[in-house]
Unconditional design. Sequence first.
Length: 164
Amino acid sequence: MKVEHEKSPRISAKNDRVDVVNKISIVHDELRQSYRTREFILRYPREPIFATADEIKLLQVVNNFVTNAVKFSPITEPVVINISENSDQVVISVQDKGIGIPDQLKPLIFERQVGTGRIGLKGEKSLGLGLSISKNLVHLMNGKIWFESIEGQGSSFYFSLPKA
């Protein structure tokens, strides 16, 4: 993760037409196999939905959002992945009912702050770089990234990409 953080400002994206539902469905199936005691829900309005994206970078962002949701929410709570679209954007989100983000950390959440990571519910360590890397990757794909969070209630992380 630290190496990726250092390289991320210098990388470029190969933006192609990507079937977001298909790619994230594969990730969803892998998550269900890897975390057999946790529920993962995938919601989408129709299949397929195409975005202009770098497939690998798109999956890195989804993976980072899901990893954080798993790290910071109880195993009894589902992690929900949503795919939606409007006239010109595809929106992907990951929602959890975990510990949420304290107000004082919200302005820093996407910043390059080594060492600002929080300890996960099972003691997992964090460098605090994943969301900064995700922000860079989303911007390379001409997208937007944001979040909503209430401490003690959970978080929703979003990113949007241009429709193909």
